[in-house]
Design a protein around this ligand. Structure first.
Ligand code: BES
Ligand code: ZN
Length: 639
């Protein structure tokens, strides 16, 4: 439907209407003409209909929208519950009587307004992924509502870790993960990326722990276990986040630093030493960083993602701590979200590529400016390989390979594939190639400025693109193909890496049997060259080959999670018994979905390892975050 609208609109945007109506006689004629109605319909009603509708939220912001959240919670590690209240300050449109709020897996106790009235409310039926819509009857004068509530043992955003699941093994830990639609499982809120609000919070926790949020953070423990936070810039609900644990802060520059458990903090700080440089490079590309500080918290290994771009405080997996700073493009990625995603936000999850495609593009530009084009070319080639694999995986669902998604009646999380990331980035690279880097950079910079602190749809982006970017004669961007068609448009050029050509030659001489591992020239190889090498090992390898490689290069015991992961993927189909124990402990320790899902999938496909996979999952499951559990439960129940 939206495609039809956007086509109609783009047709009309080509007609220079102002010129037409400038001619007064024409205009006078028009005022009395029956066409007037269709004019109003097309220019006022259609765009209104096209206002982003988020099918993953029950909120009706056109009636009442939340403008500010004041959260007050006590964190109880014994009961594994957070309880307290959420006060929502409202922007009420004329005649509004009801407030609609998203909730899921919450225990709602009572609701009052700012005048002290107890308000009537009801919870609608529980819908898969979406939860229970909360309908609150407002008094004519209610300006805010306060919802008294508690989280439950089901609340999917929260992961409560026992001391054994932490680095220090002494204290428990709690963190939240809001994206895409999990914030409603710990805060009753209008949980749509198209609705922005400012917020404040007061969090109470046991005194020996420290609390941090996606706002202004403490750098020291408080004396009484009470912590106060503010976020004065409007953000969508998925960007509100909390972590509680035995944390230490280490400063890296005037405006950057890391939080981690004390035993991890020094390693984290040395790994992320280039953060200030990244920030400087990012600002040089696309304008001033808008959020004040930029800190990173390195979480326990069960964190289900590589990173999460919570404003002012990126949440990160400890699996990026490789010891040689080789996996820091992930930090460049989360930092880039401070522009694409946090400043300019996808209005609905169908527009997810606007967040991730831009961010991958921006991430590689940051890496290029810090470490050179050779480096970012390697990232681009590895990303392209992921894209080709995803296209293959989705060959029976070509509609999921369009940039504009259609996730109605599905979990918003289903859109989280490499399509948004890598096809999105490739689209932007293709534009850059067609108009030149300078013109494209100027466009991107103006885009971030124009839409700062706003949420936009793909269609709004396309309109802005066609208005703002002047195309050289005869050049076409093929936007409709990129956005609304499956796959990659014909004629798109494939990323190339000179450093990988050398890797390919080395690999070829090993595969042909001409050179044993010890004779291979691998001097100066970084993690990325190794990934290229391992990813292209022959599908079938003999025990001798695997043993020889492993003896020379130590992949099984590598301290680098990406290398270990790639190696496990290569040897799982080849019955390399020597790697079994290491694979098992990796799966029992790490909960990052990008690693564990493909590993379990590969094991299940392998006769020797499929029972083992089930056994390991049974014992590891309770240590994973709900996001990872949900995906893995689906995997194991389908087998
Ligand atoms: N915002 C995403 C993580 C996310 C996406 C969480 C959708 C929930 C739903 C984050 O910026 C991200 O993309 N993380 C990647 C790392 C990145 C380098 C590609 C990840 O976690 O692997
Ligand atoms: Zn991202």
């Amino acid at each position: 439907m939206e495609q039809v609208f956007s086509k109609v609109l783009s047709l009309f945007s080509k007609i220079d209407l102002t010129k037409l109506v400038e001619q007064a006689s024409l205009w006078r004629l028009f005022c009395f003409h029956p066409m007037r109605l269709s004019f109003y319909l097309l220019f006022f009603l259609f765009p209104a209909l096209m206002l982003a509708h988020d099918t993953h939220s029950c909120a009706k912001p056109q009636e009442v929208a939340v403008r500010h959240l004041a959260l007050k919670l006590t964190v109880d590690f014994e009961k594994k519950i957070a309880s307290g209240s959420a006060q929502l300050q409202l922007d009420r449109k004329q005649g509004s009587k009801e407030l609609w709020v998203d909730t899921r897996q919450l225990n709602i106790q009572s609701i009052t307004d700012d005048l002290g009235n107890k308000l009537k409310f009801d919870l609608q039926s529980d819908k898969p992924w979406l939860g229970k819509a909360l309908r609150i009857e407002l008094n004519d004068l209610s300006k805010s509502v306060t919802i008294f509530y508690a989280t439950t043992s089901e609340s999917a955003a929260l992961q409560w870790l026992n001391p054994e699941q932490t680095e220090g093994k002494k204290h428990p830990f709690l963190f939240t993960q809001g994206q895409a639609i999990l914030s409603r499982t710990w805060i009753p809120i209008q949980d749509s990326p198209g609705i922005r609000f400012t917020w404040e919070a007061e969090i109470t926790t046991p005194k020996e722990l420290m609390v941090v949020m996606s706002g202004n953070n403490p750098q020291e423990r408080s004396e009484n276990g009470v912590y106060k936070f503010r976020m004065n810039q409007p953000v969508p609900a998925y960007l509100v986040a909390l972590a509680v644990g035995d944390l230490q802060f280490i400063s890296l520059s005037e405006r950057t630093g890391v939080y981690a458990e004390p035993s991890m903090a020094p390693r984290a700080a040395s790994e992320l030493a280039d953060m200030e440089k990244m920030l400087v490079a990012a600002e040089a590309l696309y304008g001033k960083y808008q959020w004040g500080r930029y800190d990173v918290i390195v979480l326990p290994p069960s964190f289900p993602f590589g990173g999460m771009e919570n404003p002012r405080l990126t949440f990160a997996t400890p699996t990026i701590i490789a010891g040689d700073r080789s996996l820091t493009s992930l930090i460049a990625h989360e930092l880039a979200h401070s522009w694409s995603g946090n400043l300019v936000t996808n209005a609905t999850w169908d527009d997810f590529w606007l967040n991730e495609g831009f961010t991958v593009y921006f991430e590689r530009r940051i890496m290029e400016s810090l470490y050179g084009k050779d480096y970012s070319d390697m990232l681009a080639v590895l990303g392209y390989q992921d894209l080709i694999e995803t296209l293959e995986d989705l060959k029976d669902h070509p509609e999921d390979t369009r940039l504009k998604l259609s996730l109605e009646n599905r979990d918003a999380d289903d859109g989280m594939t490499d399509i948004a990331y890598e096809k999105g980035c490739l689209f932007l690279v293709s534009i850059e190639k067609k108009v030149g880097r300078d013109a494209f950079d100027a466009f991107v910079k103006s885009y971030f400025k124009e839409y700062a602190f706003k949420s936009i749809t793909t269609e709004e982006f396309l309109k802005y693109l066609s208005r703002q970017l002047k195309l050289p004669e005869g050049v076409q961007l093929q936007t409709n193909e990129w956005i609304y068609s499956a796959g990659i448009p014909a004629g798109t050029s494939t990323p190339k890496s000179a450093r990988f050509e050398q890797v390919d030659a080395v690999l070829a001489s090993w595969v042909s049997g001409n050179t044993p591992s010890v004779g291979l020239v691998v001097d100066g190889w970084t993690t990325h060259e190794w990934l290229q090498f391992i990813r292209h090992l022959p599908e079938t390898m003999t025990q001798e080959q695997m043993k020889e490689l492993d003896a020379t290069f130590g992949f099984t015991r590598s301290g680098n999670s990406e290398i270990q992961f790639a190696w496990f993927m290569a040897v799982i189909p080849n019955a390399f018994l020597q790697a079994d124990n290491s694979l098992e402990s990796f799966l029992k320790k790490v909960g990052r979905r990008k690693f564990v899902l493909p590993l379990y999938t590969a094991m299940l496909k392998n006769e020797r390892l499929s029972a083992k996979a089930k056994e390991i999952y049974q014992s590891a499951r309770s240590g994973y975050h709900a996001v990872t559990v949900q995906t893995l439960d689906e995997l194991f129940s389908s087998k």
